[in-house]
Design a protein around this ligand. Structure first.
Ligand SMILES: [Mn+2]
Length: 321
């Protein structure tokens, strides 16, 4: 008899969401990335009495399988799906029709939506976890997060959220480190009091400083975007650094995976002029891959031979305005 949670492994929003579910419902949790969501849905323990899925956006290419898996699970237990990645109205309808309690809002981060979902079973301190996800997802000016932030020392929240994000980035390839963070956060520990989060965050600050120089040297500028191939674990970081290094509205970083796919992160400034998540979803599908995300932060995956075509299509789309 235990609740089960599946949440996003890659960022503080996913970790905070998992910690909130763990604090409110107890039970077990698994952290995963977009590519492995289907596998995790199939691996939900037989003994689970409920399931919460957090911060794991889905994309058009495997949507029918995703909904079918949700429907199968919803026959066995209550299923709650909490997310803030873009979802078309029809997709939302299909998820609800599968018997899933969908908590979806693109205006707030997943950890804030998770906090609001389980608020009644959570202590006061859980509000900080909601804000860590909001800060690191750039959603701390959203209606619920903005109002909550006003009741805290803003610099304390920024310090704790950033320490968490940097320590996670430093240990990004190690899922057990992320799991440790979730366990500790679920006990309402402040990030700076968790083991070596402080030193790991400082070490990551040095990684970021050196990376900024590397991006300047190795990045390539097209018309409206700059791109770079990297082996660095956080392609999101590299994409962001490209914006400043080349003065372009869109930064694109990718790494080639052993599967033969190139995995991209995209970031844009307010000058981008397009919804990155929607555009890259359509472009990636044309190149035999998939993708999606937010207006100014998105990701996709395509076969490595399609990298050049994808970059050309995206740059052309951005140049068309
Ligand atoms: Mn998120």
């Amino acid at each position: 008899m235990a609740h089960h949670c599946i949440s996003h492994v890659k960022d503080v929003d996913g970790l905070s969401s998992a910690a909130l579910v763990l604090a409110a419902k107890g039970g077990t949790f698994r952290l995963t990335d977009y590519d492995d969501v289907m596998r995790e849905l199939q691996a939900v323990p037989r003994s689970a009495t409920g399931l919460t899925i957090c911060d794991l956006g889905t994309n058009a290419s495997n949507f029918p399988e995703f909904v079918a898996a949700l429907a199968g699970l919803a026959e066995r237990m209550p299923v709650t799906y909490i997310d803030h990645h873009f979802l078309a109205e029809d997709a939302k309808r299909q998820i609800a029709q599968a018997g899933v309690d969908l908590r979806h809002d693109v205006a707030e981060c997943a950890s804030m939506l998770t906090y609001l979902t389980y608020k009644g079973a959570l202590p006061e301190a859980a509000r900080l976890l909601a804000l860590y996800g909001a800060v690191t997802d750039y959603m701390d000016a959203s209606p619920a997060a903005g109002a909550m932030m006003e009741t805290f020392d803003r610099q304390f929240v920024l310090l704790e959220a950033t320490a968490l994000a940097f320590a996670l980035a430093k240990n990004g390839k190690d899922y057990s480190y992320a799991e440790m963070l979730v366990e500790e956060l679920s006990k309402m520990k402040a990030p700076h009091t968790i083991d070596d989060v402080g030193p790991q965050a400082v070490a990551q600050a040095e990684v970021v400083r050196l990376l900024a120089d590397e991006v300047r040297a190795k990045g390539t500028r097209m018309n409206r975007l700059a791109y770079m191939a990297t082996t660095e674990s956080s392609t999101g970081n590299v994409a962001k650094l490209l914006l400043g290094a080349f003065g372009v509205p869109v930064g694109v970083a990718y790494k080639v995976k052993p599967t033969g796919n190139a995995e991209f992160s995209l970031r844009s400034t307010s000058e981008g002029g397009v919804h990155l998540g929607k555009e890259i979803g359509a472009i990636a599908q044309r190149h035999g891959g998939s993708g999606g995300g937010h207006e100014r932060a998105a990701g996709c995956s395509v076969p490595v031979r399609e990298v050049e075509g994808l970059l050309n299509d995206l740059d052309a789309r951005l140049s068309a305005g």
